[in-house]
Design a binder for this molecule. Structure first.
Ligand SMILES: Nc1ncnc2c1ncn2[C@@H]1O[C@H](COP(=O)(O)OP(=O)(O)OP(=O)(O)O)[C@@H](O)[C@H]1O
Ligand SMILES: [Mg+2]
Length: 188
């Protein structure tokens, strides 16, 4: 029997990446809220929380960041293939990690880059990381003394330096609707 074609309610992975304070946690939560309101099963795999659980022994070298991203993408795939809408909110500084996350998922993967200048991120400093980095309390902070490779092939770029949170949320939801993974919704 031929496999059923994917439906609008099947699982998917939206991999949301960007600099510290670019808005990953904020937007993964607002998008998750809207998806839940639409009756979807949703999981958010958010950077810090997931790191403590999955990779407490890892640091922030390239090798460790890539290994951590591989662990997260493995779990994201398991969830997505069981019908869950998975939002991954992770800095993901390396292109190799993004490509590895995409590989093996097929078309139900989208990469969303929250593009925001380092100056704006530093001003926001939602978790005080930039300040702590300045005073020597954090080493290898992405964007400051660790690299963030510009994404080569994101499916969506959201300019969180200029958009408001509701505007950026809408942009992501519209993208999911365009993908055919979410039924169009009436405005909030
Ligand atoms: N368009 C926008 N999208 C997302 N966040 C925005 C936007 N405009 C302003 N902000 C603000 O920017 C901050 C982003 O912080 P947030 O914790 O979401 O970043 P993050 O990318 O998860 O950082 P980290 O990598 O350190 O976890 C919040 O205070 C949020 O209110
Ligand atoms: Mg965050």
């Amino acid at each position: 029997m031929p496999a059923a074609s994917p439906s609008v309610s099947d699982g998917f992975i939206a991999w949301i990446e960007g600099l510290p304070s670019s808005g990953k946690t904020t937007l993964s939560r607002t998008v998750a809220e809207r998806l839940r309101a639409a009756g979807r099963k949703v999981e958010v795999l958010d950077g810090d929380e997931v790191r403590q659980m999955f990779s407490p022994e890892l640091g922030f070298s390239r090798k460790d960041r890539e290994l951590h991203a591989r662990r997260v993408s493995y779990v994201a795939r398991m969830l997505a293939r069981n019908g869950v809408a998975v939002l991954v909110a992770m800095i993901t500084p390396y292109e190799t990690s993004r490509q590895a996350a995409r590989a093996g998922v097929g078309p139900r993967f989208t990469e969303i880059w929250l593009k925001c200048s380092i100056d704006v991120c530093r001003q926001r400093d939602a978790k005080g990381l930039y300040e702590r980095s300045r005073s020597g309390g954090v080493a290898r902070l992405t964007g400051v003394d660790d690299p963030f490779e510009e994404p080569l092939a994101p499916d969506l770029v959201v300019d969180t330096g200029h958009l408001s949170v509701p505007e950026a949320t809408k942009k992501i939801l519209d993208h999911l609707v365009e993908k055919g993974w979410l039924a169009p919704m009436s405005p909030a």
